[in-house]
Design a protein around this ligand. Structure first.
Ligand code: ZN
Length: 488
């Protein structure tokens, strides 16, 4: 009963594309030598904010026309007067009158003048005096709106608008003669100079982004925050409110027809089947384990349904328990070895003996522990003084290996890893259950705590899938148990 899977875009490397290094699977991009991880959004976008504002509000042809003018203006200066780059920080280091001249030239177009006005929102803008002197004033609220619109368009480093802003950095270095192309790559120079009207854009755009990344390595902007980029994001955060966002959630499959009476009937049927198959009162690890694991799984399922916990964190920890029960029982059934059934049983008893001995050492016992019942249980098969404690896994292997050997690797891969994250309180479980995204792009879509209890996708269809497989195993081990969890 797994839902239709929406295969992710080929953009992401597949599992087989990864390379194993020790206990890590490394994606191909991280295997490239001397790769420094850089962020367009965090660091370079604020540095190219002037271009981001222009491309986001002007007709594209007009914006690119202005970009070329900026490049030609600056590259036409004597070399000593040229900025090293087109970032706001680099521009702030040139002679003020040259920067003034550039801004005056740009602001000759009233639309550009207006679209650049958000620059005046930032007290620590590099070259602030020149920008403020030459930009028209407008209401602060409108400036924040203009800025927000621009950040949305350029947030993704691969968007057309972001690519246009990234294009002018290699263009500038090429026009001023600082970037050269070997003869066999001369077509790249043509594509850069005549962008976006020359070459196959599906290849040209990624090439431009790579060139810009390489330039950034030289300028060392992308990997390190500077005063300006920190100031930019901090000012945005302090001056604009968080916004609630309704993410488009995947359609949740639910099982409204499951009710507690149906599960109670099933538990009764399983109890009757258990009693019917008991041949004597002797210790029988296979019998006890088969009915014990199946009833344990059903009781977990019952608790989830009765308390309507199918969309909760605990629902997922329950699913994790059920999948482990399923893999364990299937492994035992496939092997059907008396020693193995006994090993499973002795391992559990040994673990409880270990815990009780630790309580003796500490001189305390947790509230939830029923010492009397546990002592009775572990002494049932034999005196606990004859019970060994296994400090490893009960089958000297892992659940993953057991799933491979029992033909349940599919269920392991489907259900185990993500639900384990919820059991162990790993980050992505914590993230999914406790946070939502702020919808304000000026806040970089940071996380905000969820006010109500989390509404996670329903685990019932997955639990039914596993429970029915467990009941199928009961039927194989002790035949003529046809009952399953019905959803209609
Ligand atoms: Zn926010």
């Amino acid at each position: 009963m797994t839902k239709t899977y929406n295969k992710r875009e080929k953009y992401y490397p597949s599992l087989s594309d990864h390379k194993r290094q020790g206990k890590n699977l490394i994606p191909p991009f991280l295997l490239l030598p001397n790769l420094a991880l850089k962020s367009w959004t965090n660091f370079r976008l604020p540095e190219m904010l002037w271009a981001v504002l222009i491309i986001s509000h002007a007709e594209r042809d007009i914006a690119l026309y202005h970009f070329r003018n900026v490049v030609n203006y600056l590259a036409g200066l004597p070399e000593g007067d040229q900025p090293q780059d087109l970032t706001l920080t680099a521009l702030s280091k040139i002679q003020p009158e040259i920067l003034d001249g550039l801004i005056v030239e740009l602001c000759d177009d009233d639309d550009v003048n207006l679209s650049l006005s958000p620059l005046t929102l930032f007290p620590n803008l590099p070259g602030q005096k020149s920008w403020i002197k030459n930009l028209d004033e407008m209401a602060s609220l409108e400036k924040w709106d203009l800025l927000k619109e621009a950040i949305v368009k350029c947030y993704d480093h691969q968007s057309q608008e972001a690519t246009d802003c990234r294009w002018i950095r290699p263009l500038y270095q090429t026009v001023r003669g600082k970037m050269h192309f070997p003869q066999h790559l001369i077509h790249l120079s043509e594509e850069l100079l005549r962008y976006p009207h020359h070459g196959d854009m599906r290849a040209v755009r990624p090439t431009i982004r790579s060139m810009e990344g390489a330039i950034d390595d030289l300028q060392n902007i992308g990997a390190n925050p500077n005063n300006w980029t920190e100031h930019f994001w901090q000012t945005c955060l302090l001056n604009t409110p968080c916004e609630k966002v309704e993410l488009l959630m995947e359609q949740k499959e639910t099982c409204t027809s499951i009710n507690i009476d149906k599960i109670d009937s099933l538990i009764l049927q399983l109890n009757e089947h258990c009693n019917k198959n008991r041949l004597d009162s002797a210790i029988n690890p296979k019998f006890d384990t088969t009915f014990g694991i199946s009833l344990y799984s059903l009781q977990i399922f019952r608790e989830i349904v009765k308390n309507q916990m199918q969309n909760t964190i605990l629902g997922r920890t329950a699913l994790r328990s059920i999948v482990e029960c399923f893999i364990t029982l299937r492994y035992l059934r496939k092997n059907d070895n008396p020693d193995l059934w006994l090993a499973y049983r002795n391992y559990g008893s040994g673990q409880v003996k270990l815990a009780l001995l630790k309580f003796d050492e500490i001189g305390e016992c947790p509230n939830f522990v029923d010492q009397g019942k546990l002592k009775l249980n572990i002494n049932y098969d034999r005196g606990e003084e004859f019970l060994s404690i296994n400090l490893g896994n009960w089958e000297k292997t892992s659940l993953r290996d057991m799933s491979e050997k029992s033909g349940t690797k599919k269920e392991y891969d489907l259900y185990y890893t993500i639900t384990s994250g919820f059991v162990h309180g790993m980050w992505e479980a914590v993230n999914e259950a406790t946070f939502e995204y702020c919808g304000n792009p000026l806040h970089r879509f940071h996380r905000i705590p969820i006010n109500s209890s989390p509404q996670l996708n329903d685990i019932i269809p997955d639990a039914i899938n596993l429970i029915n497989k467990i009941l199928g195993d009961v039927d194989r081990l002790y035949p003529q148990f046809p009952y399953r969890v019905e959803t209609k």
